[in-house]
Ligand binder design. Structure first.
Ligand code: MOS
Length: 695
């Protein structure tokens, strides 16, 4: 801490835990094996709606390996909590097929599974489920607000008359399929009661502090008596952004048996209860003058939630910020169906909403004969259209123009279906990316020992993003040392309380608290030697965030894609993708690139592959494994590039960072679908683009 090292922020250092991960030394939640641990398996409801009338536990309990059978008749009573999906086995009600109705705890996983599979559960089946989202469902309603607190409806000017009186309009319906969080590591928890009032869990979570708070509420414990450890997490995407039923069931099973218990969701279970992306329906109307300058935008959205928890995705939210127009309307309607609770999945709302509005503007560009990049440039707002506030920074124009040049956009034919090479129709498309800059209050601790070693601690979670590494870099710069000189501890709720890894807010939120703690430590130490028992500072950013300037903070970007569509089969291959972003300062270009291209691959999945198929007869989803639900792999796009323009924005965190986890997934879907139109002349408005929609 005496010499000023070269800045670490902005350098592409390797992941702190990379060797541990590839050698298997890194331990994930279910790999922890406390002494005398038992195994839990659950019974998923086989009806879509109704009640459990009886559970025959006798046969299971005859097996000497079976220690306990838990169902609503004997489950411990849980405390009240907002997320009612967590009230595991608290009543006889079945709200969706796949919901936990019973669980078996045994001395081996095999015995637990066998007993769970043969457990006799009787139901009163209410019959065929009401599980199909339609835009005219009689039970649609307007929620008080939508996810993350955004307003349900916003109307500015006279959108209806502006649309009716314009000669240049687009009026179209777009829909997206239910999508599933498919983290490589399924949700898993090991729970151990250390005594009657203190609980330790190893949980695969994006939010150790959040799980700590929820388990304390559910089991009526002091929060500091619950410790949640998530040292390594194999992906989350939002599905591990909040406490999930697996953590509750593991803690419950450990409570009932008095032994530590592991409960790992089988892959199929992750399709039922971890929160999927709701299907969405969007009705978009655009009106413009003959030059493509928008006079009106309306975006009315429809989505589903479950009968036990209201989650309304903010699907129209991106439309509020992307384009200028004097007359605007955005609305959200939701319906509670016999389905599992939808929840967060990477860029909730923003991703499906951007598909709709970025398809509509593309349709308008072809209708008017204006280049799709040019029409976007013409509708660039000078302030945030949502509230008239200035943007702290907004690089849409730079991203579009730089991207167009880099991608070779100018060479494309203006009209669709003009380029054929062999059996392939070739086309290119563009889509604007946007994502809010979210920052939440956090605390962090920085400590230096007498021997000079430095430890920075925070209850953050590294879900595979590289957060641990980026935070080390941030700490190093605040301390004036090299990144190698800092040990970064995270993934443990016993460390200073932090918000979860979500909303692309982790690095900015955690990094701000770390910067503050580290700078205060430097000041505290001054030029004196470190005392024998070390020195430390804990800092919190509540006031700093409260005091941020009243401006609009968003990350933006532009996605470009090239597709090749087989003329006979309709098979779509994406040959090139480019993302250009305005994302503030990048902490680590190696890690940022991997976040951004990961988001772009997510967008590709939404465009072409991923589709939860609703079982309208028996409830749930007909496809619930990775053989039938297709996620993208590297081979799905041979050439993918993510770059960023320079942004120096003083209205962000002290590091100058915007979020990067989700923006890659906003607008990339429409770039691909717009490219499919350019290749084929066929406009697909219902995702995913399957072969049958092109032939
Ligand atoms: Mo992300 S859907 O905010 O974890």
């Amino acid at each position: 801490m005496t010499s000023i090292a070269e800045p670490s922020i902005g350098t592409p250092i390797r992941r702190t835990e990379s060797v541990a991960k590839v050698t298997g030394a890194a331990h994930y939640a279910a790999e922890h094996k406390p002494a005398e641990m038992l195994y839990c398996a659950y019974v998923p409801a086989t009806i879509a709606a109704g009640t459990v009338t009886a559970v025959d536990t006798a046969a299971a309990l005859d097996d000497p390996a079976v220690v306990a059978v838990i169902w609503h008749g004997n489950a411990p009573t849980l405390g009240e909590i907002d997320d009612t999906e967590l009230l595991v086995m608290q009543s006889n009600t079945v709200a969706y097929r796949g919901q936990i109705v019973a669980a078996v705890v045994a001395s081996s996983l095999e015995a637990a599974r066998e007993a769970a599979e043969s457990l006799g559960v009787d139901y009163d089946d209410r019959g065929a489920p009401d599980n199909e989202l339609t835009a005219d469902h009689p039970k649609l309603y307007a929620p008080e607000s939508v996810n993350a607190g955004f307003p349900t409806d916003v109307t500015v000017g006279e959108p209806v008359s502006a649309v009716t009186s314009s000669g240049h309009t687009v009026d179209a319906w777009y829909s997206t399929a239910p999508l599933h969080n498919a983290a490589m590591e399924p949700h898993a928890t090991v729970a151990r009661w250390d005594d009657e009032n203190s609980l330790t869990v190893w949980d695969s979570t994006q939010a150790p502090s959040g799980v700590q708070a929820d388990l304390a509420t559910l089991f009526d414990l002091e929060p500091d008596k619950v410790r949640v450890i998530a040292e390594h997490v194999g992906g989350g995407f939002g599905g591990k952004g909040s406490t999930r039923p697996n953590a509750v069931l593991a803690a419950m099973a450990a409570r009932v048996t008095g032994k530590p218990v592991v409960f790992s969701l089988p892959r199929q279970g992750t399709f039922d209860m971890v929160g999927y992306r709701t299907p969405t329906i969007s009705h978009v109307q655009l009106a413009s003058d003959a030059d493509g300058r928008l006079t009106a935008i309306t975006h009315d959205t429809f989505q589903q939630t479950s009968t036990i928890f209201e989650f309304c995705e903010q699907t129209a939210e991106p439309t509020r910020h992307i384009y200028a127009a004097d007359n605007r309307r955005t609305t959200h309607r939701v319906v509670a169906l016999d389905v599992g609770s939808p929840r967060w999945m990477r860029a909730p709302g923003e991703a499906p909403g951007a598909f709709a509005v970025e398809s509509a503007i593309d349709e308008l560009s072809y209708a008017l004969g204006i280049d799709p990049v040019e029409i976007r440039l013409r509708n660039e707002p000078s302030v945030d259209p949502a509230d008239g506030k200035p943007f702290s920074s907004r690089s849409v124009v730079e991203c579009l123009t730089h991207g167009a040049e880099r991608f070779g956009w100018a060479d494309r034919p203006a009209r669709p279906r003009q380029t054929r090479v062999g059996r392939s129709l070739i086309g290119t498309g563009v889509g604007v990316a946007s994502y809010p800059v979210l920052i939440s209050p956090s605390t962090a601790n920085a400590r230096v020992e007498a021997d000079g070693s430095i430890v920075v601690s925070i209850a953050a979670s590294d879900i595979g993003t590289g957060a641990r590494t980026a935070l080390r870099q941030i700490a190093a710069d605040a301390l004036g040392v090299g990144a190698d000189d800092v040990e970064l501890r995270l993934g443990d709720s016993a460390l200073p309380t932090a918000p979860g890894a979500g909303g692309s807010s982790g690095t900015s939120s955690w990094g701000w608290a770390i910067t503050k703690a580290c700078k205060a430590l430097v000041d505290k130490r001054g030029s004196d030697p470190v005392p024998a028992d070390g020195l430390e500072v804990t800092a919190s950013t509540d006031d700093d965030i409260e005091g941020m300037a009243d401006v609009s903070r968003m990350a933006f970007g532009a996605h470009f894609a090239e597709v090749r569509v087989d003329v006979d089969t309709g098979e779509v291959r994406v040959s090139r993708m480019l993302g250009v972003y305005g994302i503030g300062k990048v902490m680590n270009p190696r890690l940022a690139r991997s976040q951004l291209i990961g988001g772009m691959m997510f967008g590709l999945g939404m465009a072409l592959m991923e589709e939860g198929t609703v079982d309208t007869q028996f409830g749930g989803f007909a496809n619930h494994d990775l053989a039938e639900y297709h996620v993208t792999a590297c081979a799905d796009v041979p050439e993918i590039e993510a770059v960023w323009v320079e942004e120096n924005d003083d209205d962000l965190s002290p590091m100058g960072s915007k979020g990067i986890g989700e923006i890659g997934n906003v607008g990339s879907t429409s770039a691909i679908v717009n490219a499919v139109f350019h290749a084929t002349g066929i406009r697909v408005r219902d995702l995913p683009v399957r072969l049958d929609k092109l032939v």
